[in-house]
Design a binder for this molecule. Structure first.
Ligand SMILES: [Zn+2]
Ligand SMILES: [Zn+2]
Length: 681
């Protein structure tokens, strides 16, 4: 009887692999292979693990090993490249391999029962994949810059990271699609299978790009991967990618870990977007993993943005990334919108909308053009207060305010989700005249309706789009011209092309200028450039002068960030930001990791971090003082952090591994976690 020892990675926090014994269920059954999944007993449960090694019977005491229950031999094994990617992510982010590899495969594949898997495989086998050399429709001609970018991407051999730096509306998507097409054709002409991975920052942007890809490559098999897919769908799409059937895989950050055996090109759209960073569990950067994956597989990767992250800009400056620039808007008559600053010291606006902005809105309404107002704060007002005694609506579980949500008649904490009915009187002094302080999108919406009663105002934010599909429906009604004034948070800033939009108003962006977070300025600049780019993308109507305009209400019109924005000057902004970071010893000139601890009592969390600080010698490493996090208490839990820094990434990595081992051995009952390359400090 054939017998093997299988080593498996399992989804547990234990930093080790697990051996099981396997014997052939019947003579002639195929041997298991590395990269297959297998169902095994683990404690009292049955779990699916990934086979990472196979040994012949050796000196291992077989009596001590438990038996594999079943091998998922219906499915081809994952490639060594995929395991290497997961292993790299595991090492770099200081997690066991199993905690990386297993959570990124669909739940149904990790289930003890195989019904869903069988069904998905059957369904996939039944769909006939049409050949990819279908006729291609409506392929726009590229301008010389776009053409040069496509040539650079597809003609280079081996690994290259390209930073595609192009103003909004300059046709980056066309570069992606042409590059993908040329690459797929090239490989198919050589008789080789090929796959292209396209990452987008937001689920809301996938339908738009999916439609473009379908229109361009009718019949080309494609898979989408994001967190809102139903489990059955997710399994089918994952397998289509894994079997190499999907020539194009389109998805959000989690798609960077998709199994794609014939991967030949990776595209990361809006590479600067913070949503590429996973903020819980394995806190990975999908952009960084995309670059590593491309380098491991010796293929090109394209990072596209109008406002590249400061890290990527630095890499382009030092020549590590090759910069490809698109300096013109693709539609010939479309020019960049005119940016104007409204000085709020001069134009007092108790309701948040200044006279110049109202006049501009009125003009658009008269001309039947659309306007967009951007306010990155949802709810009615960020806080309620009592004039009589000074009471304010603090959350009792968090160091944060309860936000007033007027239409829902609730106070809501955006950190712990606590909800209360709006108090009818002050809880402290009984005063019945409680006042909202500041403003969010709901309050501006109310104000707009009162000033422009006939205008069709639509608010898009996380509150108005809770139902699945409602965001999509809302954006479609804007595209159909059923909306005069669109009002929203960052959800409206990203990616959407609104053809009839000629005015963008930005309300109160100033708070980010004074944030403790050194990245706040970079984020604000990117966000404002992006929202400004929504205006006038298709060019002025025939026979008219370009009328697109961006108006920004600020109390600091002289601030260098706004001055750079006036000039559409990303390069100037990025270069001065890099100089500041260099002078201050901040990333990308230093490498960071953040150890966080949570406890009922703040002192316990601080003590834990203080003790962690003294565990190992720290040559070339700076361990800062443990400090409470900015929002210290969330849902009754106190949080503190310890920032670790080094001028050398390898040195930091060399320190983190033994440090994590030493910390695990402490067996502290505190919850703690490590984040490498944190973006929120
Ligand atoms: Zn009061
Ligand atoms: Zn709370």
């Amino acid at each position: 009887m054939t017998r093997r020892i299988l080593t498996l990675a399992l989804d547990t926090p234990l930093d080790t692999f697990f051996d099981y014994s396997w014997s052939a269920p019947e003579t002639g059954s195929a041997d298991p292979q590395v990269g297959q999944f297998a169902l095994v007993p683990f404690g009292r449960r049955e779990v699916v693990g990934l086979i990472t090694d196979i040994k012949q019977e050796t000196d291992i005491d077989l009596a001590r090993l438990r038996e594999v229950i079943a091998i998922r031999s219906q499915l081809e094994p994952v490639s060594p490249d995929w395991i290497a990617l997961c292993q790299f992510a595991a090492d770099y982010y200081q997690r066991p391999l199993g905690e990386v590899a297993l959570p990124c495969v669909p739940k149904h594949l990790r289930a003890a029962k195989t019904v869903a898997l069988e069904r998905a495989l059957k369904k996939l086998a039944a769909t006939n994949t049409r050949p990819s050399d279908q006729p291609v429709y409506a392929r726009p001609t590229l301008n010389p810059e776009q053409q040069a970018a496509v040539d650079a991407i597809v003609t280079t051999k081996g690994f290259h990271a390209h930073l595609l730096f192009g103003v909004t509306g300059s046709g980056k998507t066309e570069v992606y699609l042409h590059a993908a097409e040329r690459l797929l054709q090239q490989e198919s002409a050589q008789g080789r299978a090929a796959q292209v991975l396209i990452l987008v920052p937001e689920i809301n942007l996938t339908p738009q790009l999916e439609a473009s890809v379908h229109a361009r490559f009718p019949g080309l098999p494609m898979a989408t991967l994001h967190s809102q897919l139903a489990e059955g769908e997710r399994l089918r799409h994952w397998i289509a990618a894994h079997q190499g059937k999907a020539a194009i895989v389109l998805g959000t950050r989690l798609a960077v870990l998709a199994s794609m055996p014939h991967l030949r090109l990776i595209i990361v759209d809006e590479e600067h977007d913070p949503s590429y960073k996973q903020q819980e569990g394995l806190r990975y950067s999908a952009r960084d993993l995309a670059v590593w994956r491309a380098s491991r597989q010796q293929i090109p990767v394209v990072l596209g943005s109008a406002t590249p992250s400061i890290e990527s800009w630095q890499h382009a400056q030092t020549g590590r990334y090759r910069q490809l620039s698109l300096t013109h808007r693709a539609a010939a008559q479309a020019r960049l919108p005119r940016v104007g600053l409204i000085d709020m010291e001069i134009h007092k606006a108790p309701d948040g909308l200044s006279q110049p902005l109202l006049a501009a809105l009125r003009a658009r309404l008269e001309r039947k053009e659309q306007s967009l107002l951007f306010l990155n704060r949802r709810g009615y007002a960020p806080v309620m207060h009592c004039d009589a005694c000074g009471w304010i609506s603090n959350c009792r579980r968090c160091t944060a305010f309860m936000v007033l949500h007027k239409p829902e008649r609730r106070l809501r904490c955006h950190h712990c989700s606590l909800e209360l009915r709006i108090p009818t009187a002050c809880p402290t002094c009984g005063n019945v005249d409680l006042q909202p302080l500041g403003r969010g999108t709901q309050r501006v919406e109310e104000h707009l309706q009162s000033i422009f009663p006939d205008a069709r105002v639509l608010r898009i934010d996380a509150d108005s789009t809770r139902r699945k599909g409602s965001a999509q429906a809302a954006f479609e009604s804007v595209h159909r011209g059923e909306v005069d004034i669109l009002l929203g948070t960052q959800m409206v800033a990203k990616g959407h092309d609104f053809q009839r939009l000629t005015l963008v108003g930005v309300i109160n962006p100033d708070t980010a200028l004074f944030s403790q977070d050194y990245r706040a300025g970079e984020r604000l600049f990117a966000q404002l450039m992006q929202v400004a780019g929504r205006a006038g993308r298709a060019g002025a109507k025939e026979g008219e002068l370009q009328t697109s305009e961006v108006l920004l209400q600020t109390r600091y019109p002289q601030h260098p960030l706004y001055q750079a924005l006036l000039r559409h000057d990303y390069v100037g902004f990025a270069d001065s930001t890099l100089a500041e970071r260099r002078a201050a010893g901040l990333p990308p000139f230093v490498y960071q990791a953040l150890l966080r601890a949570e406890a009922r009592n703040l002192q316990d969390a601080l003590d834990f971090l203080q003790q962690a600080r003294g565990l190992l010698p720290t040559e070339g490493i700076v361990l800062n003082d443990p400090v409470p996090m900015t929002i210290t208490r969330v849902a009754g839990v106190e949080r503190a952090q310890l920032l670790v820094e080094s001028a050398s990434r390898p040195q930091l990595q060399a320190f983190l591994k033994p440090w994590m081992q030493a910390l695990r051995q402490q067996k502290s009952r505190l919850r703690w976690s490590l984040e490498v390359d944190p973006i929120d400090i």
